[in-house]
Design a protein around this ligand. Structure first.
Ligand SMILES: Cc1cc2nc3c(=O)[nH]c(=O)nc-3n(C[C@H](O)[C@H](O)[C@H](O)COP(=O)(O)O)c2cc1C
Length: 406
């Protein structure tokens, strides 16, 4: 695939759809119930319009910023996402290296598919760790200790997953948590795998051998690798040489019922910076800050949890007001364009995260694909700032926008 032909995130999505098996594409692309919140996230950006300035000599606009003390080349980070390993063999390491190469940060998910000991050293200083509960506090503490030992200094606690959202696309593929993975599932998914020979080839070269058992054909193993092996491998217990799927097992998509008491516990336990992800209200943001969060991420999990939750941009002013200067406010969900990034920054976000866009890139061309997506954002933001008449990100404020009133 010639990356230069991918002109925007929507193109990357189309190519990803043609590259990976349907079950994986739908895992990335899908959301909860009717997927209304997922759509609303992007619509909210498009409904806000700019009030551009003319007559200014803007050249080489400055989009650098700092997030929790780290200097970033642009106000855009990679969100934590599960299963990066099965999209492309470059996996979470590739995503982290891409982020580092472009001067930004990647948040490693508890269920990404690669252990923090492998990912953090691959991109020193550019990896944060996202925590799911996945069991007891002592298990969480063990994960924290491992992240700390690997050199991670920022912990992201995801609060919006007390149970899993209703992802109907996954169910239609027979992927229902918890799924007992057996030969029947593998056979069911086999045709999808066969229909994506490039992906199957890459996976077969990279991952199947660790998952193959005596009775498996390579095809069954590839299917298993796709939907379970990597998923299962971490699922809250990311031990590098820990148990692998041995023929069949329970596919544990993670629910993570964190409470505020857990946040308090984690704050006491974690020596670095703490970020609370998944707030959608000013009062919850305030509680996070009062408990010691250094930043909050406004997020509805990309519409994958509660369908009917508000678009993240729509609650940004409320959260920014509630938090004031006491913490940094970030946002994710539906960011697909440089203009979206600038709108969020103008409304008070320090930076935004992208989830699906970088996974489309990863699925398409691994690390290079993620770098390409980051390059697209960077060049869009540059052009948009020039067109907007904005020399420096710090100039942006709500006065640069017209926000629809409802
Ligand atoms: C495939 C996929 C897996 C995800 N896995 C996680 C995860 O493991 N932990 C987490 O906190 N959020 C997870 N998220 C949510 C993202 O961190 C982020 O909130 C969301 O993707 C942002 O929306 P966007 O995809 O529209 O950019 C996941 C999202 C996707 C699309």
């Amino acid at each position: 695939m010639r990356l230069e032909r991918i002109a925007n995130v929507a193109d990357a999505r189309k190519i990803a759809k043609r590259t990976i098996p349907g079950v994986l594409f739908d895992y990335i692309d899908g959301a909860a119930d009717d997927e209304a919140t997922m759509r609303a996230n992007t619509v909210a950006f498009d409904e806000v319009v700019f009030r551009p300035r003319v007559g200014l000599d803007v050249r080489e606009p400055d989009m650098t910023t700092t997030v929790l003390g780290a200097k970033l080349s642009m106000p855009l980070l990679l969100a934590p996402t599960g299963l990066a390993e099965v999209m492309h063999r470059d996996g979470a390491v590739g995503a982290a290296r891409a982020a580092a190469s472009r001067g930004t940060i990647c948040v490693l998910s508890t269920v990404a598919g690669s252990p923090v000991e492998q990912v953090a050293p691959a991109a020193p200083g550019s990896v944060w760790f996202q925590l799911y509960a996945g069991g007891s506090r002592s298990e969480a503490d063990k994960l924290l200790a491992r992240a700390e030992a690997a050199g991670v200094s920022v912990l992201v606690v995801t609060m919006d997953t007390p149970t899993l959202g209703n992802r109907e696309r996954d169910r239609r593929h027979g992927v229902t948590p918890p799924l007992r993975l057996d030969a029947h599932n593998a056979i069911h998914l086999g045709p999808q795998v066969l229909a994506r020979p490039l992906w199957t080839y890459r996976m077969a070269r990279h991952g199947v051998s660790t998952l193959r058992s005596a009775q498996d054909t390579p095809l069954l193993s590839a299917a298993r690798s796709a939907v379970a092996g990597q998923w299962l491998k971490l699922s809250g217990r990311s031990v590098p040489d820990g148990p692998r799927t041995q023929g069949h097992g329970v596919l544990r998509m993670v629910s993570s019922p964190f409470t505020w008491a857990d946040v308090e516990h984690l704050k006491a336990r974690w020596s670095g910076k703490l970020v609370v992800k998944g707030v959608l209200r000013g009062d919850d943001a305030r509680i996070s800050v009062d408990l010691g969060a250094d930043a909050v991420i406004i997020s509805n999990h990309g519409g994958r949890q509660l369908d009917g939750a508000p678009a993240t941009l729509s609650v940004l002013p409320e959260v920014a007001d509630a938090v004031g200067d006491s913490a940094e406010v970030m946002l994710d969900g539906g960011v697909r364009r440089g203009t979206h990034v600038l709108k969020a920054v103008a409304l008070g976000a320090r930076a935004v995260f992208i989830g699906r866009p970088f996974l489309y890139g990863l699925a398409t061309a691994g690390q290079l694909g993620v770098e390409h997506i980051l390059d697209l954002f960077q060049s869009e933001i540059t052009r948009d700032m020039i067109l907007l008449g904005c020399q420096d990100l710090a100039e942006l404020s709500p006065t640069w926008l017209r926000v629809p009133t409802r």
